[in-house]
Design a protein around this ligand. Structure first.
Ligand code: PLP
Ligand SMILES: N[C@@H](CCOP(=O)(O)O)C(=O)O
Length: 462
């Protein structure tokens, strides 16, 4: 299995190389040269299997010879052993034909744990074997950072630096990043929003002297391994509702387009997905683009679903690569245009995108109203991101195809927003009950590449 860059100018890599590399050296994102297809009978055979077994069968073809089957099974078992639900990703019925896929039973209460717990184990196994050490730098709007810190804290061969937008994450998210005491963890509060943090991380990858000097690695969803791990729950949930004999649709609260892109990969692998619905908050650039073809960021607006406050949606590049017939040159040109303001998707590419993706938008009042209404009608307490998904899903449900909305975080991560909407303050699980009493460790940083690189080098030299 080989991986190619969406911009067509970087060397092809193996799974292990792509995982440890993160961003391609031409600035693009790695994708499999070919997506392996699963036969219908192999999908049928997933029914009744454990989450871990489905994870093994779905991901195995993408790994090539990176790990033996036994090694990979062990890695998967370790990754999901800390989840608080036996099913790992349970389905809950909301209404006739509408289901919620609960992805918040991992250690940091968000869907990121599914991928991050796995790649923590994959990194450790690969680095132990090679004797290498890496520096992970990640950008977060709240959940990636806490999940990465949880997965990598205390590991010998890794230092982890997380840039989060100062004042724009929830208190629970911030404390999850700033309270771990392990010396290989560094929480950096950047003066800016998520797009600034993500841009600085990409700048570090494009500064080859720095990149090679610190052996930079990335755990944002620019890393293919992140996306791959998220493909699994599309299979477990669709099969539970009758796939491959029955089609299902998914609505995904979307920001960086990684989670919904994992659904697109599941579809290309042969899972009969009818529609993939992109649900955005008021930062609706993806909805606008899928509606009219224009991708012009117009500034991030803070919202009560802060993890989706994103305008430069990294993984959309992977979808564009396929929509433009896997022409890296065309994607590179669009990304150059983005640097100077924005780009317009050609009619042909837009039609290809629309063949897979629908979209909708949910504003702040609608988000609050959805949290309140769902509590009253179903008893479910939704996090604001999930509420965005549920509202948009309701507008896309068709009578004959079940709709699964991804519940991407636990409501207790956003207690202020949930309490304001539903009048209930969701408590943290007992294992986190002292989160508000723990000491915080955080370093403020300017939105300045040289300053951030200097800080990282200083920390590594200690
Ligand atoms: C709770 C939550 N919901 C939705 C999203 C959006 O997911 P993605 O960035 O993969 O589109 C995020 C952040 O990634 C998140 O943390
Ligand atoms: N919403 C994310 C933003 C980063 O996304 P990623 O999936 O590319 O890591 C977050 O919570 O940090």
């Amino acid at each position: 299995m080989k991986y190619v860059s969406t911009r067509g100018q970087a060397p092809e890599l193996s799974f292990e190389e792509a995982m440890l590399t993160g961003l391609a050296r031409d600035g693009g994102l790695y994708v499999p040269a070919e997506v392996p297809v699963m036969a219908a009978e192999d999908i049928v055979a997933l029914a009744g299997q454990s989450y871990e077994e489905v994870a093994f069968r779905v991901m195995r073809p993408f790994l090539g010879d990176t790990f033996t089957d036994d090694e990979f099974r062990d890695i998967i078992a370790r990754a999901y052993s800390g989840f608080g639900h036996a099913a790992r990703a349970p389905l809950v019925q909301l209404d006739q034909g509408h289901f919620l896929l609960e992805l918040f039973h991992g250690p940091t209460l968000a869907f990121k744990d599914f991928a991050m717990q796995l790649i923590g184990q994959l990194f450790e196994a690969a680095l132990k074997r090679s004797g290498q050490r890496v520096t992970i730098v990640g950008a977060t709007s709240g959940d990636t950072g806490s999940a990465a810190i949880e997965a990598f804290k205390g590991l010998d061969a890794v230092d982890v630096f997380i840039l989060f937008p100062h004042g724009r994450v929830s208190e629970v998210q911030r404390r999850q990043m700033t309270t771990p005491s392990e010396s290989n963890v560094h929480a950096l509060a950047i003066d800016g929003h998520f797009d600034d943090a993500q841009a600085r991380v990409k700048d570090m990858f494009n500064d080859f002297e720095f990149r090679d000097g610190v052996r930079l690695a990335g755990v944002n969803s620019i890393n293919w391994a992140r996306v791959l791990a998220q493909v699994v729950y599309y299979f477990t949930s669709a099969v539970a509702l009758g796939a491959p004999h029955r089609k299902v649709s998914f609505t995904v609260p979307t920001g960086n387009f990684g989670d919904i892109f994992a659904g697109y990969i599941a579809k290309r692998m042969g899972l009969p997905i009818d529609r993939l619905v992109v649900a955005t908050n008021q930062n609706d650039i993806l909805h606008r683009c899928l509606s009219a073809g224009d991708y012009t960021p117009d500034g991030v607006i803070p919202s009560i679903s802060p993890s989706m406050d994103i305008q430069v949606s990294s993984n959309f590049e992977r979808a564009l690569f396929d929509a433009y017939g896997r022409e890296g040159g065309a994607v590179a040109q669009l990304m150059d245009e983005l640097k100077s303001g924005g780009f317009h998707v050609s009619q042909g590419a837009l039609e290809t995108l629309r063949a897979h993706f629908e979209s909708g938008r949910c504003d702040e009042d609608e988000t609050r109203a959805t949290i309140k209404r769902l509590r009253a009608t179903t008893g479910e307490l939704l996090c604001p991101h999930t509420a965005v998904g549920v509202k948009v899903a309701e507008e896309h449900i068709r009578p004959d195809v079940p709709m699964i909305t991804l519940a991407t975080a636990h409501p207790a991560k956003f207690p202020d927003a949930v309490e304001e909407a539903a009048g209930i303050r969701p408590p943290l699980p007992p294992r986190m009950a002292d989160l508000y009493e723990r000491d915080e460790r955080v370093t403020p940083v300017a939105n300045d590449l040289a300053a951030i690189e200097t800080l990282i080098k200083e920390r590594l030299s200690k």
